[in-house]
Design a protein around this ligand. Structure first.
Ligand code: GRF
Length: 205
């Protein structure tokens, strides 16, 4: 099986700086034949939606508060992905667990970026500043970011790539986060391109 374009959906809940990095890479011709065709947010006020609109990428809001339970929310996300004929799902600051039916339909084709060196400092409650606070509290000498394939558990699944950064004396969660985010913006588009190339040539990541 050979495909011309890999259709990517970016799922987010917030700022979308990783989305921005991916879209800039795409516009610079650095994503190969991959294209972001949908940005789906679980929050209606996520600034990632504005970034998407600025790049003329179609957006969708699927707000869990609008549904009478997680099953209905997950079904709406799945419907949006299927309708947009998505090949690869890219989580970029998406603060919801991906439901089992979505994992089943897109198994091996959902990527996530996490701001720590998994398997350390991942899992429930490990998001945003909590991750960096935990790294500093543990006295780690280094941290970094991880891109991995998503499976049924939070921040779990085969690691595709990691970048390490040093933890500096006097680091705050904010300064550490900023050092890591810079690397995320470099790493995620690179890994995504490579992953999608495999998908395009074989249909199997
Ligand atoms: C990033 O630190 C990412 O690793 C984590 O959530 C954050 C999202 O940041 N999963 P942004 O919305 O891409 O700016």
């Amino acid at each position: 099986m050979s495909k011309k374009t890999t259709r990517i959906a970016v799922l987010l809940s917030g700022g979308g700086s990783n989305l921005e990095a991916i879209l800039q890479a795409q516009e610079a011709g650095q994503l190969g034949g991959a294209q972001v065709v949908l940005v789906l947010s679980s929050k209606p006020d996520a600034s990632g939606l504005t970034r998407a609109a600025n790049h003329k990428v179609p957006t969708a809001v699927v707000d869990p508060k609008a549904f009478g339970g997680d099953d209905f929310f997950q079904a709406a996300v799945l419907e949006a992905l299927v309708k947009a004929r998505i090949d690869v799902v890219c989580l970029a600051g998406y603060l919801r667990k991906v439901g089992p039916e979505i994992i089943r339909r897109f198994r091996g084709r959902i990527l996530n970026i996490h701001p720590a060196l998994l398997p350390k400092f991942g899992g429930t409650g490990m998001f945003g500043h909590f991750v960096h606070e935990a790294v500093l509290a543990a006295g780690e000498k280094e941290s970094g970011c991880t891109v991995h394939v998503v499976d049924d558990d939070f921040d779990h699944g085969p690691v595709l790539a990691q970048v390490k950064v040093p933890v500096m004396p006097g680091d705050s969660p904010e300064s550490l986060a900023a050092r890591i985010l810079e690397q995320e913006h470099r790493l995620y588009p690179e890994v995504l391109k490579e992953f999608c190339e495999k998908w395009m040539t074989s249909g199997v990541p």
